[in-house]
Design a protein around this ligand. Structure first.
Ligand code: NAD
Ligand code: ZN
Length: 344
């Protein structure tokens, strides 16, 4: 981190929860090393990835002694790295920033790739930019204070990358999931590193998302619809994506694109990790009709096209735009419910 700061002043942006846990101790360490450090925080949660937060952060920078050559440091989960990244992209037409992600989801996904954004009441991530951080520094020791449900949610995004691009990453999670959930630093480091490499390779091929056929959206078509249908509240992003991956895998198998044993491996791993793979297991009661209605809205915004990433095998996927509502409904219903709802 010191070499990324390289003698400049540092403006740390974090949320109120991470502030006391990790950001203030980090600021103190930086000060001990002679770095001029200022720090601000905003209330945690997706609801605060907002214009209101962004305006307050811009006011804070404008009233500080922050210069164009200084560096913004985002310390927190994806909400913080997305928001602080957008502030860095906008302030003075762009100032350098470094991500120090503190959730597993941010370490394996959100902090990498340069997609930064805040939400607008009409849509998630509506106001944003492509703006790369100078460095991403993931310390798995930060994950010790993170709850198991958040760890599982982050794992969903790592499983996703294994399915679309890396059998090695998939096997790593398959063989190491118990140690990962136990918080073993060695396996967490291997997981974060491997997932980061896979994400950087995928983003490096298309940094500005010119190709609409993005495999990184595996699980996200139904996942986003679930988040919309449940009102961005109780459901964690990774939980919605996990069920989305289960649905897409079943559609792929039914179409004869994915072997039954490969689908069983995908769904089996999600289950073992403790992620929901059927509507019955979600933290919020949801009906297929609500999901289809939300998908209908997404279809409208996308000019009638609903893109689905369907796995062909572990490590390979394809994008199709002809999945019908009937296929989605029967896949949603067929993801066999289990008797217990572990989220309640
Ligand atoms: N830019 C991208 O490419 C990309 C990719 C995936 C997700 N995202 C975005 O990421 C966001 C979700 O990120 P998230 O899941 O990290 O959620 P988050 O940032 O809301 O963090 C989850 C909760 O954990 C707390 N927390 C963070 N670190 C902690 C720690 N070490 N110990 C204890 N508590 C801690 C936070 O205060 C928060 O309450 C969404 O807004 C999503 O859109 C962006
Ligand atoms: Zn995601």
């Amino acid at each position: 981190l010191l070499s990324a700061i390289d003698g400049r002043d540092a403006a740390i942006i974090t949320d109120d929860e991470v502030r006391h846990l990790h950001a203030e101790p980090l600021a103190a360490r930086l000060s001990q090393h002679g770095v001029n450090t200022t720090l601000t925080s905003f209330p945690p949660g997706e609801a605060n990835k907002s214009w209101r937060t962004a305006a307050a952060l811009l006011d804070w920078l404008a009233s500080s002694r922050f210069r164009r050559r200084d560096v913004v440091i985002a310390v927190g989960g994806g909400v913080v790295t997305d928001t602080a990244g957008w502030i860095a992209a906008s302030y003075m037409r762009g100032v350098p920033y470094v991500n120090v992600p503190t959730t597993l989801l941010a370490q394996v996904d959100a902090a990498l790739g340069g997609k930064v954004a805040i939400d607008h009441p009409s849509a998630k991530n509506l106001i944003g930019a492509f703006y790369q951080p100078k460095a991403v520094i993931s310390n798995v020791a930060y994950l010790r204070t993170l709850g198991l449900r958040q760890i599982r949610s982050g794992l969903a995004e790592a499983v996703k990358k294994g399915v679309i691009a890396s059998p090695e990453l998939f096997t790593l999670i398959e063989e190491g999931h118990a140690d990962i959930l136990d918080g073993s630093p060695r396996i967490l480091e291997e997981l974060v590193w491997t997932a980061s490499v896979v994400k950087c390779e995928l983003v490096g091929r298309d940094p500005y998302e010119e190709d609409l056929h993005r495999h990184l959206n595996f699980g996200h078509t139904v996942g986003h619809a679930l988040e919309t249908a449940t009102g961005y509240g109780e459901l964690l992003h990774g939980e919605a994506v996990a069920l989305g991956m289960a649905v897409a895998s079943l559609i792929a198998e039914t179409r004869g694109l994915l072997a039954a044993h490969a689908r069983e491996r995908i769904v089996g791993l999600l289950r073992r990790v403790g992620l929901p793979t059927c509507l019955d297991e979600l933290a919020v009661q949801t009906w297929p009709a609500d999901v289809l209605a939300a998908l209908g809205q997404i279809r409208k915004i996308r000019d009638g096209n609903l893109r689905f990433v369907l796995p062909l095998k572990i490590g390979k996927a394809v994008v199709v735009d002809d999945v019908t509502d009937a296929e989605i409904r029967s896949a949603l219903l067929a993801t066999a419910p289990t008797s217990s709802n572990r989220w309640r």
